[in-house]
Design a protein around this ligand. Structure first.
Ligand SMILES: CC(C)(COP(=O)(O)OP(=O)(O)OC[C@H]1O[C@@H](n2cnc3c(N)ncnc32)[C@H](O)[C@@H]1OP(=O)(O)O)[C@@H](O)C(=O)NCCC(=O)NCCS
Length: 153
């Protein structure tokens, strides 16, 4: 998508990002949880995908020593299937590479085929199932991508 930029999330953008969160999930994080993670969690980083000054998507990652954990990724419903999700995932993969991580991983609902397709396209593979992982009882899949084959513990 022309004119799309991915930038560390500005505190002015958090409201727009939270709207996307609400439009994107059956059980969105509460606004308080979202804000606390953004503001107070030293291991979390949020990045906005912006176009013409508007937030059209975002990604959140947690730093976990050897791994980068994608904890949230969402694209505004009006802007889906335009390659923004792919750009956000590629951005996170580059971040993991630059930071010398062993792996990048995430959890996804077994029913969320759109997201699973996106991750597979980016080279992620299903690693294991987490039964009952979500609040409503749905199973989760852990999908991961090895970043550095030669990583030494
Ligand atoms: C998952 C999500 C982030 C994808 O964002 P997006 O910007 O639409 O994705 P892209 O346009 O970059 O799609 C890249 C590839 O992913 C796959 N994909 C994306 N949406 C898909 C869909 N609805 N059905 C099937 N495949 C899909 C396709 O392989 C696509 O490539 P293609 O368009 O060349 O066929 C978006 O659907 C979303 O915000 N969903 C709600 C939140 C969510 O479920 N987040 C993931 C939580 S684990």
């Amino acid at each position: 998508m022309i004119g799309l930029r991915i930038l560390p999330m500005n505190s002015k953008d958090i409201g727009e990002a939270y709207k996307i969160e609400q439009l994107s999930y059956r059980t969105p994080w509460s606004k308080a949880m979202f804000m606390m993670d953004y503001l107070l969690n030293n291991n979390s980083r949020y990045y906005s995908a912006k176009r013409m000054g508007r937030v059209v998507g975002f990604i959140a990652v947690w730093n976990e020593k050897e791994r980068l954990h994608i904890v949230n990724i969402a694209v505004h419903p009006d802007y889906r299937r335009k390659g923004i999700g792919k750009r956000l995932i590629e951005f996170a993969i580059q971040l993991a590479k630059r930071e010398g991580k062993k792996e990048i991983y995430l959890e996804v609902r077994v029913s969320n085929i759109a997201a699973q397709m996106l991750y597979k396209q980016a080279g992620f593979e299903v690693y294991r199932k987490k039964p009952n992982y979500y609040d409503d009882g749905e199973d989760g899949l852990v999908m991961k991508k090895v970043i550095n084959e030669n990583f030494r513990d």
